[in-house]
Design a protein around this ligand. Structure first.
Ligand SMILES: Cc1cc2nc3c(=O)[nH]c(=O)nc-3n(C[C@H](O)[C@H](O)[C@H](O)COP(=O)(O)OP(=O)(O)OC[C@H]3O[C@@H](n4cnc5c(N)ncnc54)[C@H](O)[C@@H]3O)c2cc1C
Length: 352
């Protein structure tokens, strides 16, 4: 369980207090405030505070004296224009502060995003809980044979059991030794800051993480993507759900232009124009490398294999597509494109 009954009581107490405010309030976000949304086996994300809403973005863009809004349609159009033209500073006027509980190896990827403010639980001062991430059987994959930075086929049977057993027993043994080293019953014990060094990277840590909406979108663009590791991606997907309720117009624009859109190089655009004109273009005539061509065909062509239902697996590194081909007019991006395979991941008990 990610929360103890005492922690849940604290959250309930906070949620029971309300007060009037002159500040911008997002009704969608109010529903999320303080609540823990479970992620992985012991983790969660929780909104601690936020600033701004869709209107605040328009207010800043128009440098307005008042709310800065015109009509909902007008505001949505402005937000889409800002997103389309990379006019990013109005999005920085909105901020979110999250409490995140996550495995240390996920935190190592997350902390690479430098444009946030972070305060982490101190394992020098406090004793870490006995909580380790153990993957579900459907996330126990072998190394991918086509992508050095990804997963391949699912482990099954005795091999899956063997690996799970190692993960569990190593975690248990490491924590038992941690406890025994810092024990103060009849022995001096080792300082907490030293005793923690033998703990594995699947132990959970926690932090407060504050970021503005522009940089949050950058984080989500990279981490809610099919190329991101599953264990950070489920956090990004959970945050996407929250942001969609907080700033629906901005999230809609982000989903359309960034998550659902694609960037094409000059060469790729040339090829696309030729294809639209009915010319046959192959990897050899495209001027693109095999990797570029594969990614280009992933954007404009019919993928060789349909995206798998599970958002991770090998969609990050599909089998090489046919070497050439005419343009098929099925939209692969923007409006009318098939729903992306890596959108919100339903969790057990999710109604959505
Ligand atoms: C799929 C994937 C695989 C990855 N693999 C690896 C890997 O193998 N090894 C590895 O080390 N990392 C890896 N990373 C991490 C990656 O290289 C980035 O460090 C991480 O995604 C953070 O991106 P960022 O720097 O754009 O974000 P932020 O730190 O949030 O920065 C946002 C933007 O601010 C600007 N900025 C911030 N700080 C500076 C600065 N000091 N100087 C100049 N501009 C700055 C840049 O424009 C930057 O894009 C991987 C990331 C992904 C998504």
């Amino acid at each position: 369980m990610p929360l103890t009954p005492e922690q849940q009581d604290e959250i309930d107490a906070l949620r029971s207090q309300t007060r009037p405010t002159l500040r911008a309030v997002s009704e969608g976000m109010e529903a999320h405030l303080y609540r823990a949304h479970e992620v992985l086996d012991h983790g969660f994300i929780r909104v601690i505070d936020y600033m701004g809403d869709d209107a605040a973005i328009c207010q800043a863009a128009r440098v307005s004296y008042g709310r800065g809004t015109k009509s909902v349609q007008n505001d949505e159009g402005l937000i889409r224009y800002l997103m389309r033209h990379w006019h990013s500073t109005p999005f920085e006027m909105c901020e979110i502060k999250l409490h995140v509980k996550l495995p240390v190896f996920v935190a190592r990827q997350w902390i690479r995003h430098r444009t946030a403010n972070v305060n982490e639980y101190s394992a020098r001062y406090s004793i870490l809980d006995r909580e380790f991430y153990i993957p579900q059987p459907d996330q126990l994959n072998a190394q991918s044979t086509v992508n050095n930075q990804g997963r391949g086929a699912l482990l099954e049977g005795a091999e899956a059991e063997r690996v799970l057993e190692i993960l569990k027993s190593d975690s248990t043994r490491a924590y038992d030794n941690y406890e025994s080293m810092i024990s103060d019953e009849g022995q001096d014990g080792l300082a907490r800051e030293l005793a923690r060094m033998n703990l594995p990277a699947n132990i959970y840590t926690q932090w407060y993480w504050k970021v503005d909406l522009h940089n949050l979108f950058h984080f989500l663009r990279l981490r809610a993507d099919s190329h991101a590791q599953y264990e950070i991606r489920v956090y990004a997907d959970a945050i996407c759900k929250v942001v969609a309720d907080w700033v629906p117009a901005a999230y809609g624009a982000f989903e359309d232009y960034r998550l659902g859109g694609a960037t094409l190089s000059g060469r790729a655009l040339d090829c696309l124009r030729k294809m639209l004109a009915g010319e046959e273009v192959t990897q050899e005539t495209s001027g693109m490398s095999k990797g570029e061509w594969r990614e280009f065909m992933g954007v404009v062509g019919t993928p060789p294999n349909p995206p798998p239902k599970c958002p991770i697996k090998d969609w990050a590194a599909p089998e090489p597509p046919p070497r050439g081909g005419r343009f098929t007019p099925t939209p692969r991006f923007g409006r009318g494109a098939p729903e992306r395979a890596n959108r919100i991941i339903p969790r057990p008990g999710d109604s959505a």
